[in-house]
Design a protein around this ligand. Structure first.
Ligand code: FAD
Length: 376
């Protein structure tokens, strides 16, 4: 830890966006402090499906070897079903991975430590004051820190977001995640639509299945055998549920999940990852986007710190780069997500993909970034 507690950059949140930003900036020799409220390793709510394009980011961050060493599960196919019995199968454009956030976030956090960044887990950021002109003061559950710049990588919703417009809009979406034994998926990511929501099944490094669903909260009213009744209305999913046993103490729930566009700067704090905007889980690309948004911001942060970029240009260029890369994908993601919640639309969509497989592949491509690497 630096004695004067002064840093070039303080990064709030040790998820994908925060760790990736920290790793890249520490590699360039900047004094970086990474603050994470939870103690690592920790389980997090997520589908734990890493889309094909993350491999290139992992290689650049120097963690691809570690990810394979812990046994990330290779995934090469996708299988979609609906409650009306429609289904669609497709090859993925390369090898995706199933890996728990328990392992992934730890690998990233440790990599940031190895590169000399100060990384504090179990440290909750209470407030941030200051601006890009005069620098920032970050108040945490442990002590105060100062920096020239702050990156807000605190995820989809945090107490730090209290005054941001998206928190004023009510969102009816709830999500659940847990790990299960008793099922093998053999390299397939499954997505099963049910009335009001959809459920992803993805095998992870332990051989267990990560089950994660997102739905309108109204489905919570009726339950059957430990799951909302709506899930049982998809017969393929129902078969899976019957064969699986839950790993105890590993259940996560979340409500108020918002997919609205967010400002990229809030009181001069630069937002990266989900705190800048989250794509719907249907696309299975949120983690890749979080990593990519860190790749977009780091060169601009570096130029700003070296006084080669004025504050106003930093803000303008990051906002422009973010919009150009993600805005269309986010819109398409929201449209597909809403269609998938409606049994009739889900059925029409999946039937269309079944009779015109190229359409399904086009949708998969349109919701993700450029794939640099397609093999492991
Ligand atoms: C139901 C669901 C399923 C999903 N499934 C997938 C999937 O299968 N594949 C995929 O690619 N994406 C998926 N996503 C999206 C993906 O989880 C996110 O896009 C991704 O985690 C974003 O990374 P991030 O670094 O921005 O945020 P996060 O990974 O959420 O990290 C934010 C970090 O900030 C910390 N933090 C928050 N507030 C504070 C504070 N005040 N002080 C200190 N630390 C703080 C949090 O503890 C957290 O560790 C899913 C999302 C949902 C909701």
């Amino acid at each position: 830890m630096k004695n004067n507690r002064d840093y070039d950059i303080i990064v709030i949140g040790g998820g994908l966006a925060g760790c990736s930003s920290t790793i890249q900036l520490a590699k360039q020799g900047y004094r970086v402090l990474l603050l994470e409220q939870q103690r690592y390793p920790v389980h997090k709510l997520c589908g734990e499906f890493l889309s094909v394009e993350v491999q290139d980011s992992f290689r650049q961050l120097g963690i691809l070897g570690a990810v394979h060493q812990v046994g990330a599960h290779p995934i090469t196919r996708t299988y979609l079903t609906t409650s009306s019995g429609a289904s669609f199968q497709s090859e993925l454009p390369g090898v995706a991975l199933g890996l728990s956030r328990y392992q992934l976030d730890l690998i990233l956090f440790q990599r940031a430590q190895t590169l000399g960044a100060d990384c504090l887990d179990g440290t909750f950021v209470k407030s941030v004051t200051g601006n890009l002109e005069q620098g920032f003061l970050v108040n945490t559950s442990k002590e105060n820190f100062r920096s020239r710049l702050v990156l807000g990588c605190h995820g989809k919703r945090s107490s730090l977001d209290l005054n941001r417009p998206f928190t004023q809009q009510y969102s009816p979406f709830v999500a659940f995640k847990a790990h299960y034994t008793g099922l093998e998926l053999q390299g397939v990511i499954e997505l099963h639509a049910f009335p009001g929501g959809y459920c992803g099944l993805s095998q992870i490094e332990t051989g267990e299945i990560n089950l994660c669903w997102i739905a309108h909260q109204r489905i919570l009213k009726d339950k059957k055998a430990g799951f909302p009744e709506a899930l049982w209305q998809n017969s393929v999913l129902a078969e899976r549920l019957k064969s699986m046993q839950c790993v105890p103490k590993l259940q996560h729930r979340l409500s108020q999940i918002s997919f609205t566009l967010k400002d990229k700067f809030e009181r001069d704090i630069c937002m990266v990852g989900d705190s800048a905007g989250m794509i719907t889980p249907l696309c299975g690309d949120g983690m890749a986007m979080a990593l990519r948004s860190a790749e977009l911001v780091v060169p601009l942060v570096s130029s700003f710190l070296q006084d080669n970029l004025k504050e106003i240009d930093f803000k303008r260029q990051y906002t422009y780069a973010w919009d150009r890369e993600f805005r269309k994908r986010m819109r398409l993601g929201r449209l597909l997500h809403l269609s998938f919640l409606n049994p009739n639309l889900a059925s029409i969509g999946v039937n269309l993909c079944q009779s015109l497989p190229i359409l399904g592949r086009l949708f998969i491509q349109a919701t993700r970034g450029k794939i640099e690497t397609i093999t492991i």
